[in-house]
Design a protein around this ligand. Sequence first.
Ligand code: NAI
Ligand code: MG
Length: 352
Amino acid sequence: MEKRIAVLPGDGIGPEVMAGCQRVLEAVVDRFNHHFVFTEGKIGGCAIDAEGTPLPDATIKLCEESDAILLGAVGGPKWDGGPSQLRPEKGLLGIRKKMGLFANLRPVTTVKSLIPASPLKEHLVNHVDLLIVRELTGGLYFGEPSGRDGDAVVDTLQYTKAEIERIVRKAFELAQVRRHKLTSVDKANVLESSKMWREIVNQVAPDYPDVEVEHQLVDSAAMQLIRYPEQFDVIVTENLFGDILSDEASMLTGSLGMLPSASLRSDAVGMYEPVHGSAPDIAGKGIANPLAMIMSAAMMLRYSFNMHKEANAMEVAVQQTLEEGYHTSDLAIEKGTVLKTSALVDKVIEQF
Ligand code: NAI
Ligand code: MG
């Protein structure tokens, strides 16, 4: 199958982890007889330097013409002092909004050999396998009015029924192909928007009779994630709650360099990026952990290209590499062999 992939390496370690990821994808292409066309574009700080804007029109056009987007990371101290329209993050928020990517998926799964790197006790994280589905283009981050008026300040939490329904349905569909459990997280004891959120979840639930639904209040959910994380399968929630809970959940398995994400819309197009940033402290040293980027590409195979066995092969290759004790220096585990980025990528490719 031929697929067009927009490759946006970005800044800092972005280009380093992207190069490794592309090498793994090429191995997948070889093994499964697909044809991927990679086209590179600029976003973030490198685009500010080259084009004077964090999101050049050519990059938007490239993304619109592609079947999926791979993104490394944006930002770094070089651009921190600039005016707000020249911030690298504007490129990231801009492309998510432009492409209508309303559903942000962050899976958190235990890898056995990495359990010692978790801040939680082993018996709590032995079998964590959850997926946070966060609404990404609405809610408090985009509501109007927003701003200051003298000593007063306002932010607006706004959703339409259609916006809530599409993210909730997406989450139900994802639960159907996982362990058939959906936890909807809201603050329905206080917020009107959450009351409507809960009503809509209950209205659409009969369309997914094979999925068990429960509601949790966000404060309680934050506590449950630490107390008993294995209870969760799919969690669906609005933008701000999802931002906070997904960062909290990302620490369960204890390794930022391991965590992938997908941002999806109703058709198959999606954007795939690691959860971590551009790590300027280690950029250029060839020691960045490429696994979050590689796992993001596996999500691309699964969610945009419907290539499930290929996605599984990539994920198994990563897990196998870790089980054999190979990892980069960011993982705080004593056993095993520390490798540089490209040597670790070689080990992953050897698994195919
Ligand atoms: P960060 O995720 O870049 O780094 C946090 C710490 O984790 C650093 O010590 C870093 O070396 C380490 N780290 C992160 N990813 C790693 C990897 N793959 N391998 C090994 N170590 C890794 O977050 P930080 O330091 O808060 O932000 C740095 C820059 O990245 C800032 O300019 C920030 O705005 C930007 N950023 C960009 C994001 C994106 O593009 N999606 C997300 C978060 C931050
Ligand atoms: Mg966040």
